[in-house]
Every structure is written in C-alpha cells, then in structure tokens.
Design a protein. Structure first.
Length: 436
C-alpha cells in the first residue's frame, strides 16, 4: 500500500511544504474580513512589537495579533470577556505552520463600546476631582424653592410633583421641561439647570424614569457633568431605577435611586416636621420656664436687700461722705482764710513801704528837674534884665532881618509887655536910627 500511494500522482505535480504554505498564505491574505468575538486571552507587554489576544465564540477560538501603533491608535483597552469587532486578514507563520489573524482595526462591539467610553470619561472626571466627596454640598433641609429639570410628559414629573405636594406643600416648584433622550438632550438639560438656578431655586432635581442603557446616555455626557459640578446650588439626581448609575449621578451632590426618592430627599415629611416642631416647642418652653425661674429667684434676692426696707440705707454712705468732706472743708477753709489774711497784711505793708520809697525817689527827681528847668527858664533870664521881642505873628525875633521899619512889636520884660513900633533897623557896626 505504501508503494501504490507513492505512485498515485506524478512526482512532477507535487508541491513542497514551503510552496504549499506560501500558496495558502497568499490565498488567506488576499481578502479582509470582519469578525465579532469575545476576548478570552490578552497579552500586551512592554517590549512586544504587537498586542496578542484570542477571540472566541461558542465553537471556535482565533488567535489574533495587532501591531502596537494600530492598537494604541484604536483607543481600546482589551479586557477579558470584552466583546470586540475586529477587521483584518488571515495570515500564516510559514516557519511554524501557524495561522493567526492580523488585526488592522478594532472596536468594542454593541453596548460594550458605550460602556467603555463612559468608563473612560468617568475616570477622567474623577481624576479632576468632580466626584470628590469634599466637593459635594449639603442639601438644604427646608428649601422654599425647588427646581425640577425633567421631561414634562414623562411619569417622572408626575411622581416628583405628587411627592412634593404631599410632603412639603409650602415649597415653590420651578419646573424646566426638557427632552431627556436623544443627541440634543444634554444641552437642553444644561439650559434647564441654569434656568431654574437663575430663577432662585435653592436645590435642583434632575430626574427621569427608567430606560435602556442607550436611553440613559444623555446623562453620561461630559457637558452635563461639568454643568452639574458648576451649578451654584446643590443638585440631586434621580435617573432611572436603583441599578442604573450615570456620570450625572456620580458628579451630583446627592444621588437618589429614583425620581420619587429624589423628591423625598429635598422635602421633609409632615411627620418629620411635626416631630421637629414638637421638639423645638418643648425646648423653647423649657428655656422660657428656666429664664422665668431664674428671674423670679433673682427678684426675690433683690427684695430681701436692706436698701428696700430702709430707704436711708441707699444714701447712707453718700451722706456720711458729704458730712466728712464738709468738716474737712470747713477746717481747711478757716485755716486757709487766716493764712491768706496774714499774707495780705504782709504784702500790704511791703507795698506801702515800696510806695513810700518810690514816692520819695520821684519827689527828689522832680525837685532836681524843676531846679534845672528853672535855671533854663526864660523868665529867670528876663528877671535879670533881659527881654523877649515878638513880631505881630507872635514869633520870637532873633535877628534884625526879621523886623521891618514901622513893624509893630511886643517886648516882654520881667513885669509885663511893652507894645512898640520899629522906627528903624540897624545891624551890628551900622549906625542906629535915632529914637524920636
């Protein structure tokens, strides 16, 4: 049988192993295919030129490789159990006779891609601190104005309004009706938040009912997450049902499991308020009673003081002080007056002596001055035989040049005045005119 098998085909038609592998390699690499499978093995290590992984389905497994530059550009982080969609070509490693799949593109398949993108965004925002507990603000206990941002036609708005009316009917509700599904929903939700905050809401509810993962994607939007973090008042989210958890929930100041739970978070129940009022009323009553008892005891102590039984006790100290100071004043005043009288007498004698001395000195000075004045007086000169001649104007004639012939003159002598007329004028050395 072995010989007959060797002669089944002519030796010239047989292919060598290398040729056969080359033919198979060429045939496999001639076309590209798209494959969906679950990742079962992953080997991405530093120093490797490619990422190696295996995808499988219920019946088969396919080893894959993807060059590092392509893998990094894809943005996919391979994980066990991930459902991926790969595009590439089958290839053979001729030396070992092994087949694998050379991947040129990869993406997460189905919801997996959405979840990966949401997870990446959540990690980014968490790294920035938007989900930090210390950033989140406390919810006001008794808000008077509550903002609600939700669809105006969904069940969520009715649940919220019914809960707020039942639990805290005194609060004003500011409703911003917005779409909560679709590509444009995030921008409308952001505008609704800004509108109710600007209108004076003290807390804002962002709510919607349940839905699929794709339906809730608007609440995984980065713009919405940053708007929630930047809102000037606290935000409470109630999105979907208990298992649902969006990025908006992570960034909000408080995450409630449902829209109804969100409304309960910002509205105290009637029972809670009644209990709070009772506790406050009792505390206030106890405090007032304590203050009254304290005041009564204090008043009793004041009533027993002696000042209220003997009114003179109130001024006794002051009266004694006045008497004491009056005695001291009288004694001191008499002594001071006597001392002042003695000082006045002494000063009076001193002044009198100084006055007499000053008067005597001035009298002597006046007498001396009078004697000198008498010596210089023209009357004394006249008494010795001299005279004073004045012209009609009353001026003393000191020179013949002041007198004209025929001018009337007055000559003062020791015992009177002589009226005369100049009959002639002569100078020293010139002949005198005769007196007729």
């Amino acid at each position: 049988m072995g010989g007959s098998f060797a002669t089944d085909a002519p030796a010239s038609d047989a292919l060598g192993v290398s040729e056969a592998m080359g033919l198979a390699k060429t045939a496999l690499e001639s076309f590209a295919v798209k494959i969906v499978g679950e990742v079962s093995e992953v080997s991405v290590k530093p120093g490797y030129k490619a990422a190696y992984f295996t995808i499988k389905d219920a019946k088969s497994a396919l080893p894959c490789m993807m060059w590092n530059n392509r893998y990094a550009a894809s943005g996919v982080q391979l994980q066990m159990g991930m459902l991926v969609e790969v595009v590439g070509r089958f290839t053979l490693y001729v030396a070992k006779g092994r087949m694998n799949f050379d991947v040129s593109a990869i993406q997460v398949a189905g919801q997996g891609d959405l979840r990966i993108r949401v997870a990446n965004l959540a990690r980014k925002l968490e790294a920035e601190g938007l989900m930090a507990c210390e950033r989140k603000r406390p919810i006001p206990k008794y808000p008077e104005r509550i903002g609600v941002v939700t669809s105006p036609r969904g069940a969520a708005v009715h649940d919220v309004m019914r809960t707020l009316r039942r639990r805290f009917p005194i609060a004003d509700v500011l409703l911003a009706g917005v779409p909560v599904e679709g590509e444009r929903a995030p921008s409308h939700i952001v505008q609704g938040i800004e509108a109710v905050a600007a209108a004076g809401a003290e807390v804002v509810l962002v709510v919607r009912g349940g839905g699929s993962y794709e339906d809730l994607m608007p609440f995984n939007d980065e713009r919405l997450a940053r708007a929630i973090a930047a809102c000037p008042v606290p935000i409470v989210t109630g999105i979907g049902h208990e298992p649902d958890n969006s990025i908006a929930d992570m960034v909000s100041d408080f995450r409630a499991s449902t829209p109804t739970a969100a409304a309960e978070t910002v509205s105290p129940s009637r029972e809670y308020l009644q209990n709070a009022f009772n506790v406050r009323a009792k505390a206030l009553s106890d405090r007032v009673s304590s203050r009254i008892e304290f005041a009564r005891a204090h008043l009793t102590r004041i009533e027993t003081r002696p000042v209220f039984s003997d009114t003179m006790q109130l001024f006794a100290g002051d009266a004694l002080s006045i008497d004491h100071f009056e005695s001291r004043l009288r004694a001191g005043l008499g002594e001071a007056v006597s001392r002042r009288e003695r000082d006045v007498a002494i000063r009076k004698d001193a002044i009198a002596r100084q006055g007499r001395d000053l008067l005597d000195r001035r009298e002597r000075e006046i007498a001396l001055a009078a004697a000198r004045l008498s010596d210089l007086s023209p009357l004394n000169v006249i008494a010795r035989g001299y005279s004073i001649t004045r012209n009609a104007a009353g001026s003393v004639v000191r020179s013949v040049s002041q007198v004209e012939a025929g001018e009337r003159l007055e000559v003062t002598v020791a015992d009177g005045v002589v009226a005369c007329e100049a009959v002639g004028v002569g100078r020293d050395g010139s002949p005198k005119p005769p007196i007729s």
